[in-house]
Design a protein around this ligand. Sequence first.
Ligand code: PHE
Length: 456
Amino acid sequence: MTQKGIHGVWASRWTFVLAATGSAVGLGNIWKFPYMSGENGGGAFVLVYLVCICLIGLPVMMAEVLIGRRGRQSPINSMRFVTQEAGMHGIWTSIGWMGVIAGLLIMAFYSVVAGWALQYVWATASGVFTHMDPGQIGGHFSALLGNPSQLLVWHTIFSFLTAGVVALGVNRGLGAVANIMMPVLFLALLVLVGYSLLHGDFAAGFHFLFDFEIERLSWPGVLKAMGHAFFTLSLGMGAIMAYGAYMPAHASIARTVITVGILDTLVALTAGLAIFPIVFANPPLEPSAGPGLLFVSLPIAFAAMPWGAIFGTVFFILVSLAAWSSSVSLIEPGVAWLVESRKFRRPTATFLLTGIAWLLGISCVLSFNLWSEFKPALMLYKTPFDFLDFLTSQLMLPLGGLFIALFVGWCMRKAVVEREMDAEGHPIFDIWRFVVRFISPALVALVMILTLIDSF
Ligand code: PHE
């Protein structure tokens, strides 16, 4: 297996930052992070999440980019290349396979939630929320969840949008979208934080997010925070590996990854600071409202602020765009492999894989209505929606990350890793390598084992 001649390379390090940020910043930051913090004790969850980003997320992300750039192919074939180069057993290639499957499983529920965001573009634009009180806004969301055909329509539209980009080739236009979208999204979130400062209970929201109360923490909560660190950085499933394959040879992996990590974390914290003050200022709302939190809190602000309908529409368009630039990276690893190794045409591969995720997504659509009571023992008494989220965020991504860290830390030759990191003789390199060899894998394993023990 050779590594040469398969890929082009992006013009600059910045294009990788844009693509990777496009993948990382998405529903995970704006939808999932706030509601998970709300459900799992606020500040305690946030602190564990931040520690996981630093000690596990960023080091593993560097490892994942490194494999991608070394292999310069689809994640499965990059894994195969580095495995052979290191003279290791072919079983390590399963990291790539597991990633492809995880991507499709995530896409199944991701596109349903992105469908909610699309519905909210429509609803805000038509002024639905303008004269609603918080109770009615909650009612709108419940009504949406209770209507499977509506959910299915939006889920289908979002799946098509994703397939459209992947079929054209991810690295063609996506950079441009991210280039404009990210700053505007961030600006919109800052405006919402401003609104929360003026009209929400900002102090309560701030304390909730940043006061560390250890008694609110449980091992399952720690696993959720760790799993979310993987989810929000798009780690452990090959998305970042696929993008790393296009990274110019001499761009600094460490600096690039840290930039992406900072941007991603800033967006999540800003979203939290926008949402929780509104929650605390409107008593019927609870921080632990669950997956609907974003969709029942921010429309309260849009209903009350001048130009709220326009601003709200722009906001949900931005959320949908952010979800879009993430979802393409869920499908891309599998498509890249089918094109590269199975000689599929790109559109055929794309529609095949997006179709599988779409079909699975129907079980998530039905999780909120017809099948809300369907919680078989085999799925740990969870709905398909909750189960797929659990399976991917709390098991597959951390395991993928664990094996990536072990592979780069223990299997690849130090000289190769050092050269690929462009870090010959740099003291920080030794610290990073130590973290990837010992700290990150040990932490992932420890959290998973202690949670397992705790659950019995
Ligand atoms: N990181 C994305 C988000 O936060 C989700 C994602 C996970 C994308 C895994 C790709 C791979 O929304």
